[in-house]
Ligand binder design. Structure first.
Ligand SMILES: NC(=O)c1ccc[n+]([C@@H]2O[C@H](COP(=O)([O-])OP(=O)(O)OC[C@H]3O[C@@H](n4cnc5c(N)ncnc54)[C@H](OP(=O)(O)O)[C@@H]3O)[C@@H](O)[C@H]2O)c1
Length: 247
């Protein structure tokens, strides 16, 4: 039987791109986000193009109860969920101490507390199945504390990476696998306003490389591996004034 992958934040960018890539490999999909019409359009395209089933549901990941309900409903509909990709996220952020707590709080909530809810709901399903692959989308920005508009975003992405590592530690001797993915700059709606993004790749390339990395069920992956694997090592030791040039 074809395997099934649940992806949150699949209405645009990397979530939609990964859905396309996994569909081309014959996976059934469970896709969710707030913008239902985009999900329906994606479902239509993918089911026409490939012999797969695509289940669609609206989900605002900041509605924590809804996260559990939607994941359970997908499991009920599809029978088994083999992989869950915690991908939904926002790139908003403002400089600290400039009166923008509301925006930074919303970023921290969507990128971390909502990711926690998704990990809880996912691991509950995987414990019941005694199998599954949890994939958490962090960011290269998790490597260091970053200044200006990136401070809260980077902190939220470091938090999800630690969360994933903790879950991995607990489940290390079980059939449940946990991968943390650290993407570099990939051009999507999340960063569409930015003029220049260091070492950026386009959405299709980024999504293809993400899927290639995820399929190997790695503990961690830096995507694209070049230059982000060595950059990740360097970022940990570089003086902050040099790290800042990435922001
Ligand atoms: N692009 C990059 O350079 C890059 C680099 C590192 C990490 N990442 C991470 O990759 C992930 C995907 O980002 P992207 O670049 O593909 O950005 P994107 O095109 O803006 O996509 C973000 C997705 O998250 C969903 N989302 C946002 N808030 C949500 C909420 N409250 N409830 C449910 N879904 C929500 C959006 O769907 P709706 O608006 O329809 O709900 C959308 O599908 C994020 O976690 C991001 O931090 C991206």
């Amino acid at each position: 039987m074809a395997k099934t992958i649940l992806i949150t934040g699949a209405s645009s960018g990397l979530g939609a791109g990964m859905a396309r890539e996994f569909a081309s490999k014959g996976y059934n999909l469970a896709i969710c986000a707030r913008r239902l019409e985009r999900l329906e359009e994606l479902k239509k395209q993918l089911e026409q193009q490939y012999q797969i089933k695509v289940a669609v549901k609206t989900l605002d990941v900041t509605d924590y109860d809804q996260v559990f309900e939607v994941f359970k409903a997908f499991k009920q509909e599809l029978g088994q969920i083999d992989r869950i990709i915690v991908n939904a996220g926002v790139g908003d952020g403002r400089r600290i101490g400039k009166g923008n707590f509301a925006i930074n709080k919303a970023t921290a909530e969507t990128n971390f507390i909502s990711a926690l809810a998704q990990c809880e709901a996912a691991v509950e399903i995987f414990r019941e199945q005694n199998s599954g692959h949890l994939v958490v989308i962090s960011s290269m920005s998790a490597m260091r504390g970053l200044p200006k508009h990136l401070s809260t975003y980077a902190a939220s992405k470091a938090a999800v990476a630690h969360l994933a590592e903790g879950i991995r530690a607990e489940l290390i001797n079980t059939p449940i696998k946990v991968s943390t993915i650290f993407p570099g700059y990939i051009r999507t709606e999340l960063n569409e306003g930015a003029k220049h993004l260091p070492f950026e790749v386009d959405e299709k390339t980024g999504s293809r490389l993400l899927v290639k990395a995820i399929e190997k069920q790695p503990v961690k992956a830096y995507v694209p591996q070049w230059p982000w694997l060595p950059m990740g090592l360097a970022m940990k030791v570089l003086p902050l004034r040099l790290v800042n040039k990435l922001g």
